[in-house]
Design a protein around this ligand. Structure first.
Ligand code: GDP
Length: 439
């Protein structure tokens, strides 16, 4: 059977999607991204080699897989050029046969990067903590119907005219913030040069993906960022500017909802967050040391920015919400081994606000800042699980922990990751994931 699966992070990102997409990619014909830009950062470890990907889907490290950058993405042509050059130097073949960039994807231009800075400055204490790569401003232009799409940029006259028009407005803001206005001709020349390298890859990916679906090819739709960063369902306004959840996969790829045959949630055994924004289970005060231990053991530093990530306990309440929004068919649980060192492990099973238990995930960031997590405490196993591949070989307390999470989330955990490498994985043979890998 041909599968069309969406993979989405259930928390605030960095759940280890890269490894899971990489593992599944082997059995899929096409790996496509449907939102975001080079603000994403996946690390994929293959044997001795490590690849960092920002724009291209993780499937790129597999020869013979086609990779699609869908219409829902925003693409910085210079970042695309840099990533292609870097990956080619690592021996990866990147040709227009195996990489297709949607003609409908919007471009990030140099002024979007400057506007990202001015926007964060304007917000002061309420800044979002973006990666400052121009992603948000490019999506603003898209919604404002003045964006420049990959197809538009192929015609120099259109590209120049749009840059001139858009820069007039952008410069007003840039100058008001005490920065130097950008020169339209220079922006055009820089962009046009980078577009030359992008042009051979530009294609009608909507048509390509639909034809692939019709003819029974299997497609992996790879989310970037994660559920709680979704512009609608996340912890607004501390979110990314696109639809990261499973519904966004249809919009950002052009594949209809009925085509999707499964949704895989990536869940990590603890939680992290980069940037600003509420984080109920963050390890603070007396727990700072545990947070530091997890950060070091789990190497929790941004793949894109190198920023240390804020660490916290597993939040089953938030993950239940994520499971609902996305309709997870199955869950891949990552980084079990990172918890090997802990004596006790806490899991947030509910939120209280002003002493009252909440029955739904708060819509308002200010409320989320004030909630009090309700914890269950489980014993740690204090034994290495690194590289374990069989469920029965896990320490009993580790199995109890996984079973507890499964019950709390209400979705079967089909895969458990016990290390960064492909082989360091437990797969439950009766799970949906096993079927996706088998069929
Ligand atoms: P992503 O964007 O969701 O893929 O997250 P990252 O790129 O930040 O990936 C997480 C990091 O953890 C990468 O360096 C992976 O190689 C690594 N990783 C993934 N799964 C596991 C695991 O089960 N155990 C350990 N120790 N590391 C893992």
């Amino acid at each position: 059977m041909s599968h069309i699966i969406v993979i989405v992070g259930a928390q605030w990102g960095d759940e280890g999607k890269g490894k899971i997409v990489d593992l599944l990619a082997e059995r899929f014909d096409i790996v496509a991204r449907y939102q975001g830009g080079h603000n994403a950062g996946h690390s994929v470890q293959v044997g001795e080699k490590s690849y960092v990907l920002h724009l291209l889907p993780s499937g790129i490290v597999h020869p013979r897989k086609t990779c699609v950058l869908g219409n829902g993405m925003v693409i910085d042509p210079q970042a695309f050029r840099e990533e292609v050059t870097r990956l080619r130097a690592q021996g990866i073949e990147i040709t227009p046969h195996r990489v297709l960039v949607s003609s409908r994807a919007h471009l990030i231009l140099p002024y979007h990067r400057v506007l990202d800075h001015t926007s964060e400055e304007r917000l002061g204490n309420e800044r979002v903590g973006t990666t400052l790569r121009g992603i948000g401003p490019a999506y603003e232009d898209k919604a404002g119907r003045r964006g420049i799409r990959a197809a538009d940029a192929l015609d120099p006259a259109v590209l120049r005219a749009r840059i001139e028009r858009n820069l007039e407005d952008a410069n007003r803001i840039i100058v008001a913030y005490g920065r130097q206005a950008l020169d339209a001709e220079r922006v055009f020349q820089e962009t046009w040069a980078a577009v030359q390298d992008l042009a051979p890859f530009v294609a009608d990916t909507t048509e390509y993906l639909n034809r692939a679906a019709r003819t029974g090819r299997s497609i992996l739709l790879e989310g970037a960022q994660a559920t709680l960063l979704d512009v609608d369902h996340g912890t607004y306004p501390f979110v990314t500017s696109s639809s990261t959840t499973a519904g966004g996969a249809c919009i950002g790829s052009g594949l209809a909802p009925h085509r999707i045959t499964g949704v895989l949630g990536i869940v990590r055994t603890y939680t992290t967050r980069v940037g600003e924004g509420p984080f109920p289970t963050e390890m603070l005060g007396e727990e700072t040391e545990i947070g530091n231990l997890i950060r070091e053991r789990g190497r929790e530093y941004g793949a894109s920015t190198g920023r240390p990530r804020r660490c916290g306990w597993f939040d089953a309440f938030a993950t239940r919400y994520a499971a609902e929004i996305n309709g997870f068919s199955s869950i891949a649980l990552t980084k079990l081994d990172v918890l090997d060192a802990l004596e006790e492990i806490k899991v947030c099973v509910g939120y209280k606000l002003d002493g009252r238990a909440l029955d739904s995930f708060p819509a308002v960031a200010q409320e989320l800042r004030r909630v009090e997590p309700v914890y269950a405490t489980l014993p740690g196993w204090r034994r290495s699980t690194l590289g374990v591949t069989q469920w029965e070989e896990l320490p009993e307390k580790a199995r109890r922990y996984v079973e507890f999470l499964e019950r709390e989330i209400g979705v079967p955990i089909g895969l458990i990751s016990t290390g960064p490498e492909r082989s360091q994985t437990i797969i439950h043979q009766h799970s949906a994931i096993a079927a996706w890998l088998r069929d």
